[in-house]
Design a binder for this molecule. Structure first.
Ligand code: AHM
Ligand code: MG
Length: 325
């Protein structure tokens, strides 16, 4: 029985949002390229063991991490789909050292920064993983080069992520709405299942790696301790899955700086900026513990950042303990 039924499909949503108004036509094509790519990735994730795509490529990526075969496959799929959309001028990818500048440097070009497969350590144990995308628009007349990708998060025009979980869900945030779509695997089409997402005011959950408590500085240890005293812990270890649960049910995700990782663990351009944008559009907040994520001026494509993300009030109270403000 198809899930989509009479629900609005992603294609219809995109058409009514942009095409019918003659605005941002290219953005709709970029979103559909992400959706098409995610369908292919979802097939690989589902077939992983059978299709022999588990395991490592025996290579190390720019982050110094072992590349899983699905990391590489997902990266190739999304680079291909986005490049072929005709509306993407450049792609920055967690798995690729330098930006991919798309030939032709299209006029209305969008710039997409992505983590093609988030939660790599969960790939071969059948736990939820995902893909994350931040979308910027190049300035009119700008010839895109490597520096064009170093844009602040608050200049994003849209962000999206996909969770490959017990179902496959795509969440799209634009300046006026956050909407969730579920993939109907029988038709290959995404349909609206979560219109107008806002983070619940109630915050029952916190998500953090408690194993890191011993390497936190004292204020951060105190802040995490306050979350532990008050809320239930849920930690998948795939940012996109932890964030998605907190977005729908209320919660806070924290991967703060620690004494071994003074710049944090997660990536500003591929993880923190896109999910920070989604969180803010849904009424939440995103901070390093000292400043708003979306205000950071990036200096490197692959730079890392501490990340406190989710329910606005709880992010603010956690930040005030970490920063002493
Ligand atoms: P990656 O799989 O794209 O490299 O992402 C990093 C992952 C996040 O999904 C997750 O929040 C975090 O690393 C978990 O880290 P840890 O295992 O240190 O708790
Ligand atoms: Mg990731």
């Amino acid at each position: 029985m198809p899930v989509a039924g009479k629900r609005t499909t992603l294609q219809e949503y995109v058409a009514s949002k942009w095409e019918n108004k003659g605005q941002n036509l290219g953005l709709g094509a970029v979103i559909m390229a992400i959706a098409d790519g995610s369908r292919k990735v979802q097939e690989q994730v589902q077939q992983a063991s059978l299709a022999d795509v588990l395991g490592t490529t025996e290579e190390t990526n720019i982050q110094g991490e072992i590349v899983q075969r699905l990391d590489e496959a997902s990266s190739n799929i999304f680079v291909e789909m986005l490049s072929q959309s005709g509306h993407v001028a450049a792609i920055g990818c967690e798995e690729i050292e330098n930006p991919v500048i798309v030939e032709g440097n299209v006029a209305d070009g969008f710039i997409v920064l992505m983590d093609p497969l988030d939660g790599s350590s969960n790939i071969d144990v059948a736990v939820s993983i995902g893909s994350i995308f931040g979308i910027w628009q190049k300035s009119p007349g700008e010839t895109v080069n490597d520096a064009s990708l170093l844009r602040k998060g608050n200049e994003q025009i849209a962000a999206a992520y996909v969770v490959y979980g017990s179902s496959t869900v795509l969440v799209l945030a634009t300046k006026d709405n956050v909407c969730g779509f579920t993939l109907d695997v029988s038709t290959g089409s995404y349909a609206v299942t979560h219109p107008n997402i806002t983070i619940p005011a109630d915050c029952p959950y916190y998500s953090t790696n408690e194993g890191n408590s011993k390497v936190l500085d004292e204020p951060t240890k105190k802040a995490i301790g306050l979350l532990r005293d008050k809320y239930s812990q849920r930690y998948v270890g795939s940012l996109v899955a932890d964030f998605h649960r907190n977005l729908l049910k209320g919660g806070i995700f924290a991967y703060p700086a620690d004494i071994n990782r003074k710049s944090g663990r997660l990536r500003l351009m591929y993880e923190a900026n896109p999910l920070g944008f989604v969180a803010e559009q849904a009424g939440g907040a995103a901070s390093t513990g000292y400043e708003r994520i979306l205000d950071i001026t990036p200096t490197e494509l692959h730079q890392r950042t501490p990340l406190i993300l989710g329910n606005k009030d709880v992010v603010e109270s956690t930040v005030s303990v970490i920063s002493g403000s």
